[in-house]
Design a protein around this ligand. Structure first.
Ligand code: UT7
Length: 331
């Protein structure tokens, strides 16, 4: 799917992020599996990540992010009429985490549903919210991207344990006077789905539940380096822009080698590339909003900047979005 914004100006007027307090270093993981700080840093760029406590679930991490986003956007929480939560680790399948958040945050008039698109979930969710806002179906949306992947990690599997972490971000999306989203490109390839999957999570393997994520790292690496580039190029082409028009590049924070490869292939210079995978690991749907918050804090995302966000992950899925930042937006 690829499309230009249809003239409706929809922007991000509030942003909040949150990570659990518990820091887990590579040295901590080396006590659990046969790995080392040096191997993890060299192959992934990750130094540490956050893990939720035993009793902490997705909405516990998403709630503070959502509250911050709502405070920044201003207005009453009850004015939110759409809550979308992109996650593969909801509190439970139902009630949905979006419905729980809408209730806890005081949004009685909101439609609320969860969205499953792996690590691309946040990009899918902002595209979905854009469509509903631009068509006039809703007026103010709260979009959450977050995961507690520590809950589905096999503590004996070094090939996945060292990569992932927990975290969430939330944005308020609504009509703005200037700038806003310019377009989206989204895709999926279920044929490659078994490269990154949670086989025991649904009705197919209901009788033999296996709650841990499984991954073919090399296949996902090849897929990631390909789609991060092709998705961004397709979107820029559709919008009649080139990579030189991009001021800030926010790729999904999976692995520093994947990010460096994509940036080099696209021709994005290092100073425009946002990287925080060293602090958080791969937080799945939380990754892009967490990186967006860092790029706002360090001054790279400022009024006038065109910000390219590209995700990829389980599904297999991928997606890009380009937004032009303005004074009305989160700062
Ligand atoms: O949102 C998407 C989520 N998934 C990803 O982003 C994953 C994408 N893939 C990757 O990032 C990389 O493939 C990994 C970081 C997972 C692995 O890096 P690699 O350079 O592709 O390593 P490899 O799988 O080719 O493994 C190299 C060696 C193997 O040993 P042998 O066969 O050469 O003796 C592995 O058994 O490294 C070994 N290995 C480890 N060693 C220490 C695999 N995992 C570890 C580990 N610590 N954690």
């Amino acid at each position: 799917m690829i499309g230009k914004a249809n003239g409706a100006r929809i922007g991000i007027t509030g942003l909040g992020v949150h990570v659990p307090a518990k820091v887990v270093t590579n040295h901590d993981l080396a006590k659990l599996v046969d790995t080392s700080h040096e191997w993890i840093v060299e192959r992934t760029g990750i130094h540490e990540r956050r893990f939720a406590e035993q009793g902490e679930a997705l909405t516990d991490i998403a709630r503070p992010a959502a509250i911050r986003a709502l405070e920044q956007a201003g207005g009453e929480p009850s004015s939110i009429d759409l809550v979308l939560c992109a996650t593969v680790t909801p509190d439970m399948m139902f009630p949905t985490s979006s419905a729980l958040l809408a209730d806890e945050l005081g949004m009685p008039d909101a439609a609320a549903f969860d969205l499953l698109a792996g690590c691309t979930g946040f990009v899918y969710a902002i595209a979905q919210a854009y469509g509903m806002l631009a068509s006039g179906l809703c007026r103010r949306a709260l979009v959450v991207g977050g995961d507690v992947l520590s809950k589905i990690l096999d503590l004996d599997d070094r090939s996945t344990l060292v990569l992932f972490g927990d975290g969430a971000g939330a944005v308020v999306m609504e009509p703005v006077e200037r700038g806003g989203f310019l377009g989206f490109e989204l895709g999926a390839d279920g044929g490659g789905g078994e490269s990154l999957w949670l086989p025991g999570s649904g009705s197919r393997h209901f009788d033999e539940p296996d709650k841990f994520v499984k991954m073919n790292g090399r296949e996902v690496y090849k897929f990631a380096t390909r789609v991060l580039v092709s998705s961004a190029e397709k979107l820029l082409d559709e919008l009649g822009l080139t990579v030189d028009d991009v001021d800030v590049y926010i790729p999904h924070q999976a692995n520093i080698r994947i990010i460096d490869h994509a940036a080099r292939k696209l021709g994005v210079p290092p100073e425009k590339v946002v990287i925080n995978v060293q602090r958080y690991g791969n937080t799945s749907s939380g990754s892009i909003p967490l990186a967006l918050a860092d790029a706002i804090a360090d001054g790279r995302v400022r009024p006038g900047a065109k910000v390219l966000m590209t995700g990829m992950g389980a599904g297999l899925t991928w997606g890009s979005s380009l937004i032009e930042w303005t004074e009305e937006m989160a700062a």
